[in-house]
Design a protein around this ligand. Structure first.
Ligand code: CMP
Length: 157
């Protein structure tokens, strides 16, 4: 089933120039980018996004960290987008994250873990609604033949 997932490159990912790599991994896997914005999170938005962690001992540090610099918020679409997004991202604890995943390749620290990826379809919708207005989510077809100028043409010889 076609799903949307919410992906965010955190302040550490942006400062470490990993935005392009994260986008490339989702693009080359084949997901469709349907929304993207660069923003500095304010405290209320950060607290809303991470409300599920409000009672955790790391919550205060997490809010401070996530509001400390610009983030890149994105919505990616595909069949099973949420599951794929988590697989590409890897587990939260960096030592558990296998090489080949974003966290496995780039992270040493549980808080500075480069990327957020929704864990369920329900949470994805909740997170998308926090960051994007409905009209900011685009609907379009991906058609490589058209954009290579091949629609209606004989193959080049
Ligand atoms: P994320 O997937 O965005 O969801 C919650 C975030 O809290 C997590 O990534 C980490 O950045 C942070 N986090 C989770 N566990 C810990 C921890 N034990 N110590 C510090 N930060 C944590």
């Amino acid at each position: 089933m076609v799903e949307k997932t919410f992906i965010m490159v955190k302040p550490d990912g942006l400062q470490r120039a990993l935005v392009g790599d994260v986008i490339t991994r989702f693009e080359t896997k084949g997901l469709k980018l349907v929304a993207l914005k660069l923003l500095l999170l304010d405290k209320p938005t950060a607290e809303h996004h991470y409300s599920v962690h409000a009672q955790k001992e790391f919550y205060k540090d997490l809010i401070e960290f996530i509001t400390s610099g610009p983030v890149v918020a994105m919505v990616w679409e595909a069949d099973n987008a949420v599951y794929i997004g988590r697989k590409l991202t890897g587990p939260t604890t960096p030592n558990e994250a296998p090489p080949g995943t974003i966290r496995g390749d780039y992270c040493l620290n549980t808080q500075f873990n480069v990327i957020h990826a929704s864990d369920t379809v329900k949470n994805a919708q909740r997170e998308i609604d926090i960051f994007f207005r409905p009209e900011e989510i685009l609907h379009y077809d991906k058609s490589i033949r058209h954009w290579l100028g091949l629609d209606g043409l004989e193959p080049a010889r």
